[in-house]
Ligand binder design. Sequence first.
Ligand code: ATP
Ligand code: MG
Length: 364
Amino acid sequence: MSKEKIILTGDRPTGKLHVGHYVGSLKRRVELQNSGNFDKIFIMIADAQALTDNADNPEKVRQNIIEVALDYLSCGLDPAKSNLFIQSQIPELCELSFYYMNLVTVSRLQRNPTVKSEIQMRNFETSIPVGFFTYPISQAADITAFKATTVPVGEDQLPMLEQTKEIVRKFNSVYGETLIEPDILLPDNKACLRLPGTDGKAKMSKSLGNCIYLSDTEKDVKTKIMSMYTDPNHIRVEDPGQIEGNCVFTYLDAFSKPEHFAEYLPEYGNLQELKDHYTRGGLGDVKVKKFLNNVMQEELAPIRARRAEYEKDIPEIYNILKKGTEVARQKAAETLSEVKSAMKINYFDDAELIKAQAEKYGNN
Ligand code: ATP
Ligand code: MG
């Protein structure tokens, strides 16, 4: 079996990408891409998955494909090194899902904690689309189709990776060693596992409208930071403040580097000193927010500038996606063919089967 190191990951085109995506997965992908340690990299725009809970809003999905692609390129994903592709253009993925469905029980799907909370969030309780309910299976198809060994994603994807591994084990035990068990690669930085929204809600999410987008203008970013949720009991500057659950500090955990202090806030040596002062009292939110704004603008400015360049030639972006999709489709087709041979549903290629059946009927 191949020992290639392969990455598969992606995003749903339900909106522009935000800084939660960036710290949770996108930044890591770019680093992995540039490390040269991977043989193949597949980055998927998961439009078919996005349709599982946006069936009545296909235009939203269609419009956002280009937005996600622009965000990818502006963050440094390089089409010469990474295949950027569109999920729905690879029918092999549906075929794989269809066979994997036989390896998973309804009760197993019902136990998936991410799907459970997403069902609640979308008020789907009494009307869950079957496609949405089964999307962890389709995600297993996406990952295994490319024989991915490494899946860099945020924490909410842990249950999906568990589900995928179970399907791989079950498939391999029933039909023989065919599929590869992937490893999840979570961010090392705890604050990046699940970046909260600017409103303090547990997760920054396109669907919750509490995001700082990678494509936001400098002014928008500043406005969002200045009105960010902090410690509601920290009213006057003298009041002692709380760090836990305070978005501004979570974002500083995610974005600030030691050198930012010398540059923008030289009266503090590091983040811990700033946190200590806030906890003691005597440090106002505005000062911390201004610092966070400097830190985040520094990270986002080059991304914004690259986006403006890519926006000048949109047909070329579709071209990049088309080429990436062709390469991805070839790989998925190879895997599907191996899967069908393992399942022995490759009748026309199976000379032994044809011969045995012929003998049974006395043909010679
Ligand atoms: P939707 O609301 O449509 O589900 P989303 O904002 O949750 O959108 P996805 O496309 O589902 O985004 O997620 C894409 C990737 O980004 C996944 O790897 C996911 O783990 C990661 N991710 C999404 N939101 C965050 C976040 N707030 N913090 C860290 N990682 C995140
Ligand atoms: Mg999501």
